[in-house]
Design a binder for this molecule. Sequence first.
Ligand code: PA5
Length: 462
Amino acid sequence: MIELNYQSIKPEIIGNENGLNIEKEFENYKDSIHKIIADLNSNKDKPGHKLQWMNLGYNEETIWYVKEYAAMVENRFENILILGLGGSELGGKAVCEALLPPYWNFLSKEQRNNYPRIFFLDNIDPDQMNSILKMLDLKKTLVNVITKSGSTAEVMAQYMIIKDMMEKQLGEDYRKNIIATTDKNIGILKQLADQEGYKTFYIPDDIEGRFSVFSAVGLLPFALVGIDIEEITQGIKDMDLALKNTDINYNIAAQNALIHYLMDTKLGKKISVMMPYSNRLRYIADWYCQLWAESLGKERDNNNNIVNTGQTPVKAIGVTDQHSQIQLYNEGPNDKIITFLRVKEFDTTLEIPNIFEYTGISYLGGKTMNQLIQAEADSTLASLIDYKRPSVTISIPKVTPYYLGQLLYMFEVQTAITGALHNIDAFNQPGVEQSKNYTYALLDRVGYEDSAKELKEKLLIK
Ligand code: PA5
């Protein structure tokens, strides 16, 4: 199992002012945590609680459909192009980047075992889009349009451009090159998919985008590039079993949730830094940032009081950001808790040759890159301790589908528990919806006329 180490938040390590007497806090919050975990598990099947993500590890039907389709299109496409934003994209990208060999899209077909390259179009920059469309042979590209609401302006605009190009280039056959992943009942994409006859995968009800990575949103792209999705779901199931334990002393998601909650509310650590010491996990940090920000950043609590909750999540990459952000973390405001994400065993052991006798670098010869990266993580931790900065370490035995399933599910549960500790709804996103609606108004969508008028006055647009 993955492990959580919280030694470096203890007062005896970083002092009373910044440390937490964690055993005492576990005792203080024992009953609340017990209730939160029991409630999560007893409400997960109830409509409206938005907890269906807790069942995704057990969704045999989706796994079957996804595998069946992936087998059907095997060897048919050179490229997979994912259109999606936020929760419809970040998890898929994070897991693919972690589990596929680095630089996957640059490898030859043989090196990729005949699996396709995969691209995530996560923005609407016209230059970026133009470039990718020029680069990809659309005849050999499978486009997966992912949008839960079925109407997000950015994704629908991307889709409209590509659909038009594909139809012109492929004729009637273009329909075989587009699939849709969306809500079963609502949204324009669902209507279009039915009308056009696209193969469609559904995102179950009661799951918000940022919790949807283990639905077809993520599982389908993973299966298309040959990632073992059953290994992933096994990891989720094993972690789910462990996290059903309502005793905080044995539940790492609850422990990390409470640590972050107290660091934020008691000790003023308003920033949560996610720092993987593995390049393959760099986009897991992006996924975490969305999960943490969108779930916990709330204006009001469940009793409608104004609370403005939420730590600001920040991504930092070990070792890269030791040479950029660590100066601030060590000596700037003591307002952060750092999470080290460490991998015990890398797939590769890379030796540094003993080729120079200069004392400044000869110590490196004969060591491995693996030793170097572990030493760098230890040093960063030690320097943070010197400066009395709190941190926790999450260790993953290896970057495999099984442990990634565990890790991401653990973060989801941790987020849900933190939301409950704040007494907020971790599963809505009114702030995101607000700006989506403003975009519709500014671009003259029917039904948004009043809002458009108001907005144009506010932004001084003629
Ligand atoms: O977590 C969320 O709900 C959001 O980040 C959405 O995933 C994002 O806004 C995209 O929405 P949709 O999938 O409806 O296009």
